[in-house]
Ligand binder design. Structure first.
Ligand code: BGC
Length: 353
């Protein structure tokens, strides 16, 4: 079978390899790949800037935004052949640290966690893959291809959970959320904001393409003005930051309303400096009891929350997030980010010859 592999750390090493058919171990499902979402992390791995092969291996099968169909399930399994399934990305560290021992491997403390398609375990960019049943999440067949959005939605479900946990430290009745960045993470964050009954605002730098309409069709407001201008008028209770752009992050931190909560989800590349009035920022955070929290990855609970959020969403709207579908054999096209892309998906079912 074919799998998309890289040599981590080496740009230009992406290629389609022939790999032996996977054999499920005890308690594992054998899954036929249906689709794979491509994200910024995959592009970083392909550029040689991120990613780790398994110890002793040279190459890594990429891909962490999975969607597959069960081919074989163990006896007595909650899965049956034909079920649509998504695989969890992270695995606990081997020590394990307290968080990993408690099943909260998304909060791993010692950094020795592994991630499929990213860190030391082969990913889901393969025609067939296996997954332990405990790390498999059943998805609604009515979602069809949109279920490939479950993994990014799980990251967003965790971010919302973080915001709500931080909010509970005192009286908390948020009314507005500003989401920065209208990529898949931002749009899914906006969807979950609308599902919570909030007044939702999304900011991005583009003025055309599919993003403004996707935001408006959710019943949310689209902005492409500078963030400081938007926050000055809006004073948002919550900000979900999805760009990782340093200047935007600091403007968002300074611009919340009182008791504002900013959740940072964008992974920046680093290496850029900016000058800012740290005293004024500190003063704004202290005098307003503001909070900022970083959030990455997701555990099984967040995948379930994600599945529920997608299940409750309008499938026609979700399907518009998938702006390109590329057969596996034309993988290079999928890894190039186009100006009108929201989510690009590799087609593993109609993979091409
Ligand atoms: C993935 C997360 C992962 C993070 C860091 C993201 O793209 O969605 O699951 O934890 O990258 O590796």
């Amino acid at each position: 079978m074919r799998a998309l592999t890289v040599e981590p750390g080496r740009a230009g090493s992406l290629r389609l390899d022939q790999r032996p058919e996977p054999t499920p171990a005890d308690g594992e499902l054998l899954v036929e790949g249906v689709a794979l979402g491509v994200c910024g992390t995959d592009r970083e791995i392909v550029a040689g800037e991120y990613g780790w092969a398994a110890p002793g291996a040279e190459r890594l099968v990429i891909g962490h935004e999975s969607l597959g169909r069960v081919l074989e399930a163990p006896e007595g399994s909650r899965f049956a052949s034909g079920d649509l399934v998504v695989g969890v990305v992270r695995r606990p560290d081997p020590v394990p640290c307290g968080a990993c021992a408690a099943g909260e491997f998304d909060m791993c403390r010692n950094g020795r966690y592994r991630e499929r398609g990213i860190k030391e375990i082969d990913g889901y960019a393969a025609e067939r893959w296996t997954v332990p049943e405990t790390y498999a999440v059943p998805v609604d067949p009515a979602l069809g291809l949109c279920a490939v959005l479950t993994e990014p939605a799980s990251v967003v479900a965790k971010a919302w959970e973080q915001v709500e946990a931080v909010g509970r430290r005192a009286w908390f009745e948020p009314r507005s959320v500003l989401v920065t960045g209208a990529g898949p993470i931002g749009l899914l964050a906006a969807l979950m904001g609308v599902q919570r009954g909030l007044s939702v605002h999304v900011l991005d730098r583009v003025a055309d393409g599919p993003k403004p309409d996707l935001v408006r069709d959710l019943g949310a407001t689209y902005h492409h003005a500078p963030v400081a201008e938007v926050t000055a008028a809006l004073q948002p209770d919550v900000v979900i930051e999805g760009t990782g752009v340093g200047s935007l992050v600091f403007d968002a931190l300074a611009g919340t309303g009182p008791y504002g909560i900013v959740c940072l989800t964008g992974v920046s590349s680093g290496g850029r400096t900016l000058s800012l009035d740290a005293g004024a920022l500190n003063r704004a955070l202290v005098l307003e009891n503001d909070a900022v929290v970083g959030s990455v990855n997701a555990n099984q609970r967040h995948f379930q929350l994600a599945e529920q959020a997608l299940h409750q969403a309008d499938t026609a709207w979700l399907s518009r997030l998938i702006t390109r579908r590329v057969p596996l054999n034309r993988y290079a096209e999928a890894l190039e980010a186009g100006p009108r892309d929201v989510k690009v998906v590799l087609d593993l079912e109609n993979a091409g010859a």
